[in-house]
Write a protein that binds this ligand. Structure first.
Ligand code: ZN
Length: 446
């Protein structure tokens, strides 16, 4: 939940970030919802869910069809034939598996929506409590737990069968279970109080709650930016300082040159879960940190590692972190504003099978109705992110070495069996990082 918006990673691309932008027309639509019949609203909700499901599957499909068996010259010396064929198979297997798990989730959610399952749960819980806050917490607690339970077989198959088969998986059953428990714990400790506060403000302040909750959300995002690596990350991983040695000496020289404090560089035991390597930047101000995976250090030469570090420092120097923070706040504020146009609309609750105004039901309806907007903003955020990656690469080239960075990126790409020929449309919608060949070309240019 937190990591995508807070950290900038080197290689891994995440699917769309949540968020909004484009005021008047959008607000008009959400105001018009107030005058619609519940059946019309349900039809719109189902249509949005279906279209976005089909669109995602289509993108996956054309991306799979774009696979090519030839190895591009740029990475020919890094890949052996066998490894490359394995990479193609890995992608095919991942995509096919995602077709299956997405179909399962989609049909299950569609059935629940169609038969008023959410409304049924809401009415059931109302027998036990009058408090809208308690009701909302119980409602989302039950939804989160049950959706996790029904998808556990898919998570297990993904980690212990597919990732295992291609040699990536290092997660033990014990880590898998303790990750789950810690995830639940975080949901209770962080998610529940925020949710309770939101519902409290919705009830007490009325439609202008969004202004107050925006301030709280901004404070929360700021806090998470500051303390993600010191509070959340240590729950899941061990962070250690860079050990003495040649690497540290090399990094020391670089960090002095670009004036980036060395004591902000840490190593994380990523090898606890996966053999895949990564590096990321997190935090703002005094709390800024660059985190290198131990798996990255194992597989790269010192000058490649300094180049990776230079890339991360580039994100900091080019102010990507601060802008990311500002943009995520703008998105949240807009989202809360739109929520304020919908949260008191009784017809939304009835559309989902409820028999009175219910905040949790309206939150669910909001999530789906808002999805096209967050899809569009996600698109812009991905575009911005890809532009930032090019800038950080350029920074590494200027301050350290383009050749070393190119070697690091190739090794990373071979190791993680990343897709060399993703379909341009798939990249446009889903990639937060430009594909390898594009990055290599940009590094070579000039
Ligand atoms: Zn980056």
């Amino acid at each position: 939940m937190f990591s995508t918006s807070i950290t900038l990673q080197l290689l891994v691309h995440s699917k769309t970030l949540k968020g909004p932008f484009c005021p008047n027309l959008i607000s008009a639509f959400f105001v018009v919802l107030n005058f619609m019949e519940p059946t019309t609203i349900l039809a719109i909700i189902l249509a949005i869910a279906t279209l976005s499901y089909l669109f995602d599957q289509l993108l996956d499909y054309i991306n799979l069809k774009a696979q090519r068996t030839d190895i591009p010259d740029e990475v020919a010396s890094f890949y052996d034939r066998e490894k490359y064929v394995a990479a193609l198979r890995y992608h095919r297997e991942l995509t096919n598996f995602s077709f299956l798990s997405s179909a399962f989730s989609f049909f299950l959610s569609a059935l629940i929506l169609l038969f008023g399952g959410f409304g049924w749960l809401d009415s059931l819980l109302r027998i036990y409590t009058d408090s809208e806050i308690l009701l909302t917490l119980a409602f989302f607690g039950i939804i989160a737990m049950s959706s996790d339970i029904v998808t556990i077989p898919f998570q297990i198959y993904g980690t212990f069968v597919i990732e295992e088969k291609y040699g990536f998986n290092k997660t033990t059953i014990k880590t898998f279970i303790s990750d789950k428990l810690k995830g639940y714990l975080l949901g209770v400790v962080i998610g529940a109080p925020l949710m309770a506060l939101l519902i409290y403000l919705v009830q007490v302040i009325g439609p202008s709650f969004w202004i107050w909750f925006s301030i709280i959300a901004a404070g929360f995002i700021f806090f998470m930016n500051m303390f993600y690596t010191s509070l959340i990350l240590p729950l899941f991983n061990k962070l250690t300082e860079l050990p003495d040695g040649e690497l540290k000496t090399a990094i020391e020289a670089f960090s002095r040159k670009v004036n980036f404090p060395l004591d902000n560089i840490f190593v994380i035991d990523g090898s606890k879960r996966s053999s895949k390597a990564n590096a990321f930047f997190s935090g703002i101000g005094k709390k800024k940190k660059i985190v290198l995976y131990d798996t990255l250090i194992q597989k790269h030469t010192n000058d490649e590692l300094v180049a990776v570090l230079a890339h991360e420092v580039g994100h900091f120097k080019k102010k990507h972190i601060v802008w990311g923070f500002v943009l995520s706040i703008i998105q949240v504020v807009f989202m809360l504003f739109v929520l304020s146009l919908m949260i008191y609309n009784e017809n939304l609750s009835i559309a989902l099978g409820g028999n009175q105004l219910s905040f949790p039901l309206n939150l669910i309806a909001f999530t789906i109705l808002f999805a096209p907007i967050s899809g569009i903003t996600g698109l812009f955020m991905s575009m911005l992110s890809r532009k930032n990656e090019f800038e950080a690469d350029a920074y590494a080239r200027e301050t350290y070495s383009g050749a070393a960075l190119a070697r690091a990126l190739k090794t990373l790409s071979v190791d993680s069996l990343s897709n060399l020929y993703p379909h341009p449309l798939y990249v446009f919608f889903h990639y937060s990082h430009p594909p390898l060949l594009k990055r290599l070309h940009a590094i070579d240019r000039k």
